[in-house]
Write a protein that binds this ligand. Structure first.
Ligand code: HEC
Length: 684
């Protein structure tokens, strides 16, 4: 393993070496455990005493258990009552008085973990499945309840490597947005909604060559091993990530395998040319199919579990009765390695793909070939039926293709840049996944061919992903904040314009009132001019009359003085004096009236000037107000700018929220306890 994170590597290496160590030592009952039991428990758990109905004097008696049944479950520490009692995890504590020393407990632990062997020549039995996984009735319908997704399981790669391994196995859940990808000694579960790691399942057994979700999506089978050494199929519970069964103790890596739709059987094969069918219940071999003459390369149970299709490295392709192993059809026609088989959902058609560059379809009534078409130059590598009868394939031409029900090409996705190895289609998301030799899994929409994501076989450590996501979140938050600020600025600018329009309108109203007042004042002033003009005319006339009267009085006085008797002189003189006074008064009055008129004229001119000025001002204010009002109305451009800014802000906020959710998810994942690495049972 190539390690970029030193500590993690150490821990994995140590964990793996512990496993090897335990297997080497082979702690057994007779040599290691019996002496402990004799010394510590014998007084109460012998044939004579048998407290709690339990005798611990011999292997057979110990395995038989006590009053409450078996007390030792080989390989299942936490299910072994004896272990729970001696570690005081449950009552009654054993031995009743003092707890056994840690070293002694360690021996018992190793013994149970190692399969509770009787003596040094014993061989461990295959593990009993922890749950009864069998389902009674197999249907192709969507299982009830939410489809199985990993629920808070470990999602930190156990092995880190700088380069990705070839995509040797790839599978998608039939019902959940979930993909399983072969990593380096681990299975990577990718959430196909956000394309993040949803789980990492350890596979210290070696290379993962096969991944298969069970037909109801609750289980994931991983098979593989080490070439020329060992092979196995492990069944994981998708929700919990726990191993629920393991079968096969092959002497070579498993290259092809499938789990039956009812979860009862696993068929597997590899370089030994045998197809073996195991029971998942007890790990027992049910039967072997010996007809193949070359490595077994592909295996798939029919959707109803009745038939089993198997293909080999030459061109052998068979269909068997899954229950009995009786040959059903020998499908001849391919001329190269069968690289993949897939059943149509109704089970009536089997598709096969081969390095001979063709794919073929076979009907199951007579076993005849009903379609044969060229798929990938250089050879096809993988095929999967969609539920609607279309197919996806990939191959050595580096291209992943989607075919319609009549095997006409619907779409070719952009080439990988390396050999295509595995293909899968995820029904719930409508995504096509293609895996290549370089360790990349490209994810496309089947509908429009858009590439959605790129998954890798060597994901970074959780801490690194968390750090990257945190940075990305900060950046997204900043962008979102900026976009929001832009919206706010746009909105503020509009609001400011509205305020300005209101102010301008008020100014215009005021100005208009002033203009009207000035106009009224001007009318009054004009009236005053008219009045004063009349008054002046009257005063002038009075003056003329007064002067005439004066002239007459003067003449009268002169006449009186010229007269003999002079008797009228006093009276005429008095009249003349009076007339003189009246003329002076009339003159003064006329002068005042003239001055008053001049003043009125001036006031009228002023009022006119003021009226004109205020009117002009009001007109100007009206123009300004109209302009401001027009500007305050959101024009299409302003509306568009605002809408654009809002859309950008929403998009940015969505991205920021998604990033935040991702950070939260990764933070949660960080708190999940590490998975227990499987105890590897020595192969016989
Ligand atoms: C002093 C006597 C005594 C000693 C020593 C003793 N036990 Fe027990 N053990 C009992 C008794 C009494 C019971 C039954 C208790 C009950 O059922 O409540 C019992 C019950 C058990 C049971 C449960 C059996 C069943 O079927 O439920 C286990 C397991 C067990 N003992 C293991 C051990 C082991 C292992 C040791 C030694 C490391 C040990 N005991 C030492 C007295 C003893």
């Amino acid at each position: 393993m190539r390690c970029t994170q030193f500590l993690l590597c150490i821990s994995v290496a140590v964990a793996l070496s512990n496993v090897a160590h335990a297997a080497d030592e082979k702690v057994n009952f007779d040599d290691h455990v019996l002496p402990i039991l004799r010394a510590k428990c014998g007084t109460c758990h012998s044939a004579g005493e048998a407290k709690g109905g339990l005798v611990l004097e011999s292997f057979t008696a110990a395995m038989a258990g006590g009053a409450s049944g078996a007390v030792i479950e080989p390989g299942e520490l936490e299910d072994s009552r004896l272990w729970l009692l001696v570690t005081h995890k449950e009552q009654p504590q054993m031995p009743p008085k003092e707890k056994l020393p840690d070293e002694t407990l360690a021996v018992i632990k190793k013994w149970i973990d190692g399969g509770a062997l009787e003596n040094k020549t014993s061989v461990p039995k295959a593990k009993k499945p922890r749950a009864n996984m069998a389902i009674q009735e197999v249907t192709g319908d969507k299982p009830e309840g939410p489809p199985a997704m990993p629920e808070g399981i470990w999602a930190d790669p156990l092995v880190l490597s700088a380069r990705g391994n070839a995509v040797t196995a790839l599978a998608t859940s039939p019902w959940a947005p979930l993909a399983a990808v072969a990593g380096h000694q681990q299975v990577l579960l990718y959430d196909l909604q956000d394309f993040t790691l949803a789980g990492v399942l350890p596979f210290p057994e070696g290379t993962v060559n096969v991944l298969r979700f069970s037909r109801n999506g609750s289980l994931l089978m991983a098979a593989g091993g080490r070439g020329g050494q060992s092979g196995k199929a492990i069944v994981f519970d998708v929700k919990t990530g726990k191993r629920v069964a393991e079968v096969g103790a092959e002497f070579d890596a498993v290259l092809a395998a499938d789990i039956s739709p009812n979860h009862r059987f696993i068929a597997l094969g590899g370089p030994k040319k045998l197809v073996r069918v195991y029971s998942t219940q007890d790990g027992e071999l049910q039967f072997e199919l010996k007809k193949h003459t070359d490595w077994i390369t592909s295996i798939e149970f029919s959707p109803d579990g009745v038939l089993l299709a198997t293909g080999d490295r030459s061109n052998g392709l068979f269909v068997w009765e899954a229950d009995t192993g009786r040959e059903f059809y020998n499908l001849t026609g391919h001329t190269g390695t069968i690289t993949g088989v897939s059943w149509r959902a109704d089970g009536n058609l089997l598709a096969s793909i081969s390095e001979d560059t063709t794919a073929k379809q076979w009907e199951m009534t007579n076993g005849s070939q009903v379609k044969n078409w060229g798929t990938h130059g250089g050879g096809g590598a993988s095929i999967q039926f969609l539920r609607d009868g279309r197919m996806v394939t990939t191959g050595r031409d580096q291209v992943t293709k989607l075919w319609d029900q009549n095997a006409a090409q619907q779409r070719a996705f952009p080439a990988f840049g390396d050999l295509g190895l595995k293909v899968a289609y995820n029904e719930p998301t409508g995504l096509v996944l293609g895996g290549d030799w370089a360790g990349r899994v490209r994810v496309w929409n089947a509908a429009d061919g858009v590439e959605r994501s790129l998954l890798v076989t060597n994901p970074a450590a959780l801490a690194v992903r968390l750090e990257e996501a945190t940075k990305a979140q900060a950046a997204a938050d900043a962008v979102a904040a900026q976009a929001a600020a832009q919206v706010a600025a746009q909105e503020k600018a509009l609001a400011d314009k509205k305020t300005a329009a209101v102010t301008a309108a008020k100014a215009y109203t005021d100005g208009d009132a002033a203009a009207k007042a000035a106009e009224a004042a001007k009318v009054e002033a004009d009236k005053a001019v008219v009045a004063k003009t009349e008054a002046m005319k009257a005063a002038d006339a009075a003056l003329v009359a007064a002067n005439a009267a004066l002239d007459k009085a003067k003449a009268d006085k002169e006449a009186a003085e010229k007269a003999e008797d002079k008797k009228d002189v006093p009276a005429a003189t008095e009249a003349f004096v009076n007339a003189e006074k009246a003329a002076v008064a009339a003159k003064a009055a006329a002068e005042k009236a003239t001055a008053d008129k001049a003043a009125a004229d001036k006031a009228a001119v002023d009022a006119a000037a003021k009226a004109k000025a205020t009117l002009d001002q009001a007109a100007a204010l009206k123009v300004a107000s109209d302009k401001a009002t027009a500007e305050a109305v959101p024009t299409p451009e302003i509306q568009k700018a605002l809408a654009d800014a809002m859309a950008a802000a929403k998009a940015a906020a969505d991205v920021a929220a998604a990033k935040k959710a991702l950070v939260a998810k990764l933070t949660l994942q960080k708190a999940i306890p590490a998975p227990q690495l499987p105890q590897q049972v020595a192969t016989p």
